[in-house]
Design a binder for this molecule. Structure first.
Ligand code: APR
Length: 261
């Protein structure tokens, strides 16, 4: 670790110590150390699938797109089903146990923050969850494993048994609106925090990427932890380039907190 990063870990630990209301905002980069690929790194998900083919309007309008979409989900579930929280997730759960965190706002659909120990009541999944399949018409819930097994057998995903509507994983696709209540809560916590930590996001997708700016404009210190630079580095108070697991486990170690798996 460079001396520069060492100083930055200490600065971040001091800022967390001094803060009363820390909000953590995460992207796919926090889960890569759990074996789940992110979207925009080389070899990431968008190198293997075309996001425009997986949009919501395509999904609801034609069967061919739905077939492509379910192939994408079969892959997604296969890659994520056995994933465990990594050091970065465990560090965020340790910060919550230490009474530091008011909210975890995530773009991720893998549920690893909750598995790591963060209270689901304070985890706001802006882009939904991959662990539920719902009917788009009557909102009936279907176990994801049932659908996954159908796909594994090469069978087609049937329509809703109650109303005949289309079934879809409870995630937000391009062209689909974010869950209103979740976004409102995320905005409320972002405007009421004194420290906003962005971890593992390219910060290029809106409205999610608006939240760090909202926090900054509301008076919070903005910290960006990422493997590479982001478009919001220039407005942030501290940028730490590195692996999320290294940075977050290093910072909670300085704070004297234990990672509990
Ligand atoms: N540590 C730190 N940063 C990492 C790590 C890691 N171990 N692994 C990857 N990164 C960085 C990458 O360099 C990249 O900048 O995390 C970022 C991940 O960016 P994206 O792949 O764009 O993921 P994300 O920002 O979450 O994307 C937002 O876009 O396609 C949609 O719905 C999808 O929720 C997703 C949204």
């Amino acid at each position: 670790m460079t001396a520069d990063n060492k100083d930055k870990f200490k600065t971040l630990a001091d800022w967390i110590r001094e803060s009363k209301r820390v909000v953590v905002f995460t992207g796919a980069g926090i889960s890569t150390e759990s074996g789940i690929p992110d979207f925009r790194s080389p070899g990431g998900i968008w190198d293997r699938f075309d996001p425009s083919e997986l949009s919501y309007p395509n999904f609801v309008s034609n069967q061919g797109s739905r077939k492509k979409y379910w192939e994408f989900y079969r892959e997604n579930w296969k890659e994520s089903a056995g994933a465990e929280p990594n050091r970065a997730h465990l560090a965020i759960a340790a910060l919550e146990r230490n009474g530091r965190i008011t909210a975890v706002i995530t773009q991720n659909i893998d549920g690893l923050h909750q598995t790591a120990g963060n209270d689901p009541e304070i985890v706001f999944e802006l882009h939904g969850t991959m662990w539920e399949v719902r009917c788009l018409s009557c909102n009936s819930l279907y176990p994801w494993k049932e659908i996954y097994n159908l796909l594994e057998k090469g069978e087609y995903v049937h329509n809703c048994g109650h109303c005949g509507g289309l079934l879809k994983p409870a995630t937000v696709s391009f062209g689909q609106s974010l869950p209103v209540k979740t976004l409102e809560n995320a905005q409320r916590f972002s405007t009421n925090c004194d420290l906003f930590l962005c971890i593992g996001s390219s910060l290029v997708v809106y409205p999610a990427a608006q939240l760090p700016e909202l926090a900054k404009n509301s008076g919070a210190k903005l910290v960006i932890i990422n493997r590479e630079s982001t478009p919001l580095d220039n407005i942030s108070d501290l940028v730490i380039q590195g692996e999320a697991g290294d940075v977050m486990s290093g910072v909670v170690e300085i704070l004297g907190l234990a990672l509990i798996n």
